[in-house]
Design a protein around this ligand. Structure first.
Ligand SMILES: [Zn+2]
Ligand SMILES: [Zn+2]
Ligand SMILES: [Zn+2]
Length: 275
């Protein structure tokens, strides 16, 4: 599988537009991989994960082909992961005849999508998904997708995704804190992952515990430790820390020095992982 990280920042992006903190100043000065747009990824050039306001920017920057997109998985309804206003651009008067866009979202995201979908006059559809219920998406490849409850704002109906395709399996876990027991049991049944993309919103802040609805690197390491113990992760699993807030105080250049010695890649916008 080929995973393209198009956006690797938290809700505000890095730098945050209205912010004057040292980390944002440094990101602006350094540029390059220190600039993070809002969360979005693309699998095998055809399966999107999340649909933030930066989708249009990603479409032009990475030049992905909308006619190839077989579906868009929504992790939850927070606006940095689902910006329904952009879905309206699929309507015939703005984009004419094109491939129908299929969005997959749990209740809150589904409800938000359904405020816009009717305006697209059949050019986009929403599919209601539920944590624990596996479903399939067919593109050039076939994807078996298991959503599992994330530990995040419950009003946003958050899920993490186990995605299996062509004998490879990945976990996309954004946004979430340390997983709940229900999710741990489902993960156990999934077996080994070839790639795990884990939340690292708080960067390397030491003062976050397992009750936070996001992770810092130490919590991510605790999750990966338990995943290793229950057979989800082994030495060959590609480990990626992703979804960074400027409030964590690190930029790409410093964060990678913290994660890489522990065998975890720090993501950046434009990063491609093949596994
Ligand atoms: Zn987020
Ligand atoms: Zn800042
Ligand atoms: Zn969120």
């Amino acid at each position: 599988m080929k995973l393209l990280y198009m956006g690797t920042g938290a809700a505000e992006g890095v730098p945050s537009m209205f912010c004057k903190c040292d980390n944002c100043k440094r990101a602006r000065l350094l540029g390059g991989r220190n600039i993070r747009s809002r969360s979005q990824a693309l699998l095998n050039d055809e399966l999107l994960i999340d649909f933030p306001a930066d989708t249009y920017w990603h479409f032009t920057k990475y030049n992905f082909d909308c006619e190839k997109i077989c579906g868009c998985l929504i992790t939850h309804s927070h606006r940095d992961h689902l910006y329904p206003g952009e879905v309206e651009m699929a309507k015939p008067s703005l984009s004419h005849e094109h491939r129908i866009w299929d969005f997959y979202a749990a209740q809150s995201g589904y409800d938000n999508l359904m405020t816009i979908i009717p305006h697209t006059k059949g050019n986009a559809r929403a599919h209601l998904i539920e944590a624990g219920k596996r479903f399939e998406i067919k593109g050039e490849h076939t994807y078996s997708v298991l959503p599992m409850k994330a530990n995040h704002d419950p009003d946003s109906c958050p899920v993490i995704y186990s995605i299996e395709c062509d004998g490879k399996r990945m976990l996309y876990a954004h946004d979430s804190g340390y997983f709940g027991e229900e999710t741990w049991q489902l993960l156990k049944g999934e077996g080994r992952f070839d790639l795990v993309s884990i939340d690292c919103t708080h960067n390397n802040l030491p003062n976050r515990d397992n009750d936070s609805r996001h992770m810092s690197f130490n919590v991510a390491m605790n999750v990966l430790k338990r995943m290793r113990e229950q057979g989800n992760v082994d030495d060959k699993t590609v480990l990626v820390a992703n979804h960074f807030s400027h409030n964590g105080g690190e930029c790409y250049d410093t964060m990678r020095l913290i994660t890489e010695p522990k065998g975890v890649i720090t993501s950046y916008d434009g990063m491609i992982v093949e596994f």
